[in-house]
Structure formats: C-alpha cells, structure tokens
Design a protein around this ligand. Structure first.
Ligand SMILES: [Zn+2]
Length: 361
C-alpha cells in the first residue's frame, strides 16, 4: 500500500492542473482507475466518479484534483505576462518564484516571476510585499508574438513549477500536495473497495475547481444525492515555530478530523461535522490502533461546505492529513499519515452500520 500511495502522490504532484484546467490530472486518475478494472464516469465540469454499489447509507467520498495558481491577464509587448491569482496564492512568496505556463497543447513552459535584483534593492524595499498587480512572469521570450506563437494566450494557466521529492523519513515535499496526496489516497481506497463483497454504496469522486470557488463538487453531489459526505483534504500542521499557537496537528502523527472550519472573508461558510460520523471515525481509529488528530479553526474551508447543503442535507465530515506550508510551492506531508488515512477510510466504510441514524431529532 505504501509504495502505491508514494508513487501516485509523486506522479500526480508533477502534473499541472490549475482549477478549470484539470485535463492532465484527470487523465492520470482515469488510467489508474482503469488499471483497477473500474469504469469512471464524468460530468461537464470534469468531476470523475466511480461507484461501488451497495446498501444504505449512500456515501460520497471525495477529494479535489485541481490546484491553485495564476492565469494570464495581459501579454506585454516585450513578452512579459501580467496575471491574476486563482485561489489563495500568498502574494509574499511570488517574487522570484519558478513557474510553468501551460501552452494550448499542454506543454509546460518554464519561467520566473520577476523580482528586482537584490543588488539594486533599496533598504526601505527589503521588507515590503508587492501586490501581484505589480508583478509579471518572464518566460524568457522577447515579444508578445513569440509568447503567442508558443501557445500562451490570455487565460492560459500558470502553476508553481511542478516538483516532487521524498526527503528524510518518508516526508514528501513539492507542489500540489494539496490535494494530489488526497487523490493518491482515494485511488488506494478504490483498489481496496474493488475487492469487497458487501457494504454501503460508495461513490468515490475526484472533484474539480475546489481552489477556485469551492463549488465544483456541487453538480455531482446533486446527482448522487448522498446521505453521507466524507471530504478528504489537508489539515494545517501546527508543529513548526510560526504555527505553534494554531492547534495541535503534528506531521507524522496520523490522519485527523476537522471539528470546525469557517471562512469569514466574504465566504461565510464552513463545516461542523455530524456527531454520529465523528463517533464512527473515532471508534474506527481506536479499533484499528490509528492515532487520530483533530483541528478546529477559522481561515480554511473545503467544497464540503457546499456539498453538505445539497437536497435535504448531507451528514458531513472533513477528514484529512497534516500538511506544512500550505499553498506554497513546497508543501510537505508525511507518507505515513497518508497510509493511515487510507486505512482509516477503508475500515470506516467497511464498518458503517446499515441502520445508522443520521437524523437529529
Ligand atoms: Zn485542498
């Protein structure tokens, strides 16, 4: 199991798939599902679903395949690209960042977000953060015509230059750990469910456009109408010096549950998990001797915030793995947490009682 999750995570991290431009990620996932012997179905957004028929309650288990990044807003006459942000890209890490602009044919073109030479930087500029509006991408091309002839146009996707590496004791570092690691975990869950003979109906969904507007999963949820939704994404690790006050999640100490998420800056949404599902995951972790961590904080949320409100409501829970340096080009997770998460999910699904009571009366 660990080798498969490692390989899928590393492979998926090196594939560019900005929100709304997930084609190449979907292609990889589709091929892996076919190797398992599964027939995924797709919708107009690109959500990718495999269904394991079974008894009540029906479950939607999902994770997003897209990543955050940039999109080309304007091509200057001298070949520099102005851009917009797609998703929560931290502006303070952008100057000097290696990027890949993706051409119309899918070819990644390497470049850098320009930064004033250190030798020319004035003392008062050293601690300033530039607005992305003042920044530009340099692909090393000298004219707008050259940029366009290489398949880059207004609206072309740009991502952090993809990288993936195993360091130290099975830590994984690089681009888009959020949420290609989640995709690798759900591919493994799909492999395991494929050999089961009974259990609840499970729909594994690889969703799109989560980093864009958190709603890419909605059409598929409206179609499936699940009774239970389990969403897989990162949990913010709080074991580095600048994060210690934030919570108790530690890298390498196991998967975890989000007990509260909320995002107030215009979104006004979040998830408070269904108590029956919290109990079920706690019991499962205890039975399997998996250490289960918990987070509760504002500032982050997932597409589950919208999925939970589908039809007459969906019993929902965010389950995840610790990550450091979220939304940077060098996110870090621990492979052991991914394996623990896969085991937790498989066991939780296999032990889900058919008569589980989700109505709070
Ligand atoms: Zn994510």
């Amino acid at each position: 199991m660990i080798e498969r999750i490692r390989e899928d995570t590393l492979n998926l991290m090196t594939i560019a798939g900005l929100s709304g431009h997930e084609n190449q990620v979907r292609k990889y996932i589709k091929e892996e599902l076919k190797k398992i012997g599964l027939k995924p179905i797709f919708d107009k957004f690109g959500n990718t679903t495999v269904t394991f028929p079974g008894t009540s309650p029906s479950v939607m288990l999902f994770t997003h395949m897209d990543q955050l990044g940039l999109i080309v807003r304007k091509i200057e006459d001298d070949g520099f690209l102005k851009f917009e942000r797609v998703g929560g890209v931290p502006e303070k890490i952008l100057p000097g960042q290696a990027v890949s602009a993706i051409s119309k044919s899918g070819k990644p073109l390497s470049g850098i977000i320009g930064i004033k030479s250190h030798h020319a930087t004035q003392p008062e500029e050293k601690y300033q953060v530039s607005s992305y509006r003042d920044l530009y991408i340099d692909l090393g091309m000298g004219s707008a015509a050259e940029v366009r002839s290489n398949g880059i146009d207004i609206g072309s996707p740009v991502v952090y230059k993809p990288s993936a590496e195993v360091i130290a004791d099975d830590k994984i570092i690089g681009t888009s750990v959020d949420d290609r690691a989640g995709c690798a975990v759900l591919l493994e869950v799909a492999r395991q469910l494929n050999s089961r003979s009974n259990g609840p109906e499970v729909n594994i969904v690889f969703t799109v456009q989560e980093e864009f507007n958190l709603r890419g999963a909605l059409p598929v949820a409206q179609k499936i109408k699940p009774e239970i939704a389990i969403q897989i994404d990162l949990l913010l690790a709080s074991d580095t010096p600048e994060m210690r006050d934030f919570g108790e999640i530690k890298l390498g100490k196991g998967p975890g549950l989000s007990m509260f998420s909320f995002h107030g800056r215009g979104t006004l949404n979040g998830v408070i998990p269904h108590p029956v599902l919290v109990d079920h995951f706690e019991q499962t972790a205890s039975n399997e001797s998996i250490n289960l961590q918990k987070s509760a904080h504002i500032g982050a949320l997932t597409d589950l915030s919208y999925v939970q409100l589908v039809e007459d409501g969906v019993a929902s829970i965010d389950v995840g793995f610790p990550i450091r340096y979220s939304h940077t080009a060098q996110e870090m997770c621990d492979l052991k947490d991914l394996v623990g998460l896969a085991k937790l999910l498989i066991s939780a699904l296999n032990s889900l009682p058919e008569n589980i009571n989700l109505i709070r009366d």
